[in-house]
Design a binder for this molecule. Sequence first.
Ligand SMILES: *Cc1c(COP(=O)(O)O)cnc(C)c1O
Length: 389
Amino acid sequence: MQDTSLSHILNHLGEERAEYFHAVAPPVVQSSNFVFPDLHSFRTGFADELHQHVYSRGNNPTVEILRKKLAALEGTEDALVFSSGAAAIAAAVIGNVKAGDHVVCQQMPYSWTSSLLRKLLGRFGVEHTFVDGTDTDNIAAAIRPNTRVLYLESPNTMTFECQDLAACAALAKKHGLVSMIDNSYNSPLYQNPAAFGIDIVLHSASKYLNGHSDVVAGVLCASSEMVQKIFSSELMTIGAALAPHDAALIIRGLRTLPLRLQRSSESAQKIVARLDAHPKVERIWYPFHDSFPQRELAMSQMRGCSGLFSVQFRAGSMEKMEAFVHRLRRFLMAVSWGGHESLIIPMVGFYNIPGRPDPDLPWNFVRFYIGLEDADWLWEDLLQAMEVL
Ligand SMILES: *Cc1c(COP(=O)(O)O)cnc(C)c1O
């Protein structure tokens, strides 16, 4: 019987050690192309570039090990990897639309997903509607005869709105839409959208999956048929393939995914609980928080809550907010998340940027990511910084 346990997937699945000296760590097969010893293997290779070894823009043995693990983690038949999460997202959407089609998308997706729909696909005659996906009725109302794709991100990584995955999958089936979701927030350990009937599950592997802030990569998990379709079109023609060395780094990262995710989640919970009791905190945005409007839905779809949350502080003025940001020593100010290091994105930094409109979110809003450091050590830093508020 096939071993479907997480331990098997992360430690052994896809690793054919007899092929490479019984080495425990898979080799980085740093080769662009692969030799055909005879015409029979030449023909076999070109009959199935996704599974044979022809050229590394298509398939590569190191990358293939990673693909097998990711498909197993999301419970789909197959998976593709890309040189960024944005590339995986673009391939999934572009692969399922043509000129004249329409996409329904939840209203606050990742910024470059929004850009893909608004700027890039608009130029090719693909329309879109952003809707408040917290109510499935809004999604249903936005579907038109030419709608082809339902794009979800549940939760998103700033304000964490959720969509009802089972209801959305049923709606997509009813209208013949391809449903897809950016599942980066949860990693495959905390939510498996394919189990709810969602067709394509996407990840930025730059976040938890790799987890060490040293690789940019993307993942697309789906049926064999969908993977084959996107492989032979978007992946091979646009060519945003993942390099073998980066694949090996992500395989290494995956070994510790459960430990890292647990640590990040537990520390985030501890810090959220302490912030909750602090007088300088106005509001906490965290899917499993008592005050979160969709807490029940989040808890019914997610097995855990990751290390991201946002806070609105009671800051007397923008200057005090800026002083708070500058007093933090142990949190780094940077984009991205999912690595070892704790981070903040202060909304106040998006105010007064020349040539850019001020954001919709208030200046007292800060997005936090809690990494692998000691929670008490991080809390000390927050406490001292909150003194200036
Ligand atoms: C980072 C991120 C992306 C984009 O992934 P890249 O690997 O940076 O291209 C997409 N969605 C979410 C939710 C992200 O956090």
